[in-house]
Ligand binder design. Structure first.
Ligand SMILES: Cc1ncc(COP(=O)(O)O)c(C=O)c1O
Length: 398
């Protein structure tokens, strides 16, 4: 019956990340590949989930308290007035919120603009809705938005723009000027924006997250999506949300109910506790991640990388292989796994457009640093040992 599988399922093949993660697992490599924290979630958040299970809050459930708290946060952080009773859909992670948002607004043939490189799941969701993903390349090394290129990508069929900031895989935080370009274009072309703000609390140095919805004229046309996953180190709990004007949020909720009915009940209860964490929690999250970022940047620099773009947010370094290393991203990562026992992700899985230079899309490697100090130290030890033994020669392809 394989021949009867849908076209969409044929296109949703395992990415280079998934393929190499099998290899990484088989050799027991230190995992700097996948973007999930390997350290414990905050104790107060775990206690709330345990208490909810003990209280038998185990059935289908909508926890209104999440919307109440988020509505306060939207006002405080972004100056947005959001009705907690009508303007939210609580979903199974940002992933489901995003899928439900796409299904709520995209008709077959609608074009959706995305910035390249991009987190991989957007593409499949858009295709499942029979929309057409259209990529606008960001310009390396700082992954700058070129306004002309962006504006030229709109057609009469453009329905929505997707914005992920802070950005996976590059660690870019879109600047105010870039957000203005996007917001003006969305209004002039009468398009939706769907934002992915899962790294909203993870920014570095002077960089600050601004929601696109907070720019003048954008709230009515922006669907914000985010989740607990990254801010509270609970990617497996699957609690996220979409926030939009009441009629759009209602459409997203209707689709969400058909897809999954409700997010996990006890973890929704814990979400209320997580979302009311003190400001100290968010400060130390940033501080701890900044230390991890600096650690991995130093490690990569010592290893021979020339880091031209320091992450401004998120939990990734998107490192360009030095020109002198005559090796592709896939070969580098395969060698890194086999020779050093450290896993990272070849960058090509995030690119969807060809660059002028044919090899450009094959010359980046993503390292995730949302890892415990022990994991980062182990990776450093393995990579340094390999380098000391002249093993970089193998990795460099020389
Ligand atoms: C940019 C981005 N969006 C969304 C997700 C997934 O979020 P969730 O766990 O809430 O579905 C990830 C996970 O890595 C991500 O990097």
């Amino acid at each position: 019956m394989e021949g009867k599988l849908s076209e969409a399922s044929r296109r949703a093949v395992p990415s280079p990340i998934q393929q190499l993660s099998h290899l990484a697992q088989s050799v027991g490599a230190v995992n700097l590949a996948e973007g999930f924290p390997d350290f414990p979630a905050p104790a107060h958040v775990k206690a709330a989930a345990a208490a909810a299970i003990a209280s038998d809050l185990n059935q289908y459930r909508h926890v209104q308290g999440i919307c109440d708290v988020l509505s306060e946060t939207m006002k405080r952080e972004h100056g947005l007035y959001v009705d907690p009773l009508t303007d939210f859909a609580i979903c199974c992670g940002q992933s489901e919120a995003f899928a439900a948002a796409v299904f709520a607004i995209i008709d077959p043939g609608d074009e959706v603009l995305l910035f390249d490189p991009a987190y991989e799941t957007y593409h499949t969701c858009i295709e499942l809705a029979r929309g057409i993903p259209v990529y606008v390349p960001l310009d390396p090394p700082s992954w700058t938005l070129n306004g002309d290129k962006f504006l030229k990508s709109f057609t009469s069929r453009t329905k929505a723009v997707i914005l992920n900031s802070p950005h996976n895989p590059t660690g870019k935080v879109f600047s105010k000027e870039e957000l203005l370009i996007i917001s003006e274009a969305c209004q002039e072309k009468d398009c939706f924006a769907i934002t992915d703000e899962v790294y909203e609390y993870i920014t570095y140095d002077e960089n600050k997250h601004t929601s696109l919805a907070s720019l003048p004229g954008m709230q009515e046309r922006t669907i914000i999506t985010s989740s607990l996953s990254k801010t509270y180190s609970v990617t497996g709990w699957r609690v996220g949300w979409a926030c939009a004007a009441a009629n759009i949020a209602a459409a997203i909720r209707n689709i969400h109910v058909k897809l999954t009915d409700s997010a996990p009940a006890p973890f929704q209860e814990a979400a209320v506790i997580a979302l009311t964490s003190t400001s100290d929690y968010y400060k130390s999250l940033k501080k701890d991640y900044a230390v991890k970022r600096d650690f991995i940047l130093q490690l990569l620099t010592d290893y021979g990388f020339h880091i031209s773009f320091r992450p401004q947010g998120s939990v990734f370094v998107f490192a360009e292989l030095p020109r002198s290393w005559q090796i592709s991203d896939i070969d580098f990562v395969t060698n890194l796994i086999q020779n050093a026992g450290v896993a990272a992700v070849p960058g090509r899985g995030f690119f969807h457009t060809d660059s002028d230079d044919q090899s450009y899309n094959h010359r980046y490697v993503r390292f995730a640093f949302c890892k415990s100090d022990e994991t980062l130290e182990a990776a450093a030890w393995k990579m340094r040992t390999l380098a000391d033994n002249n093993g970089t020669m193998k990795l460099n392809g020389k």
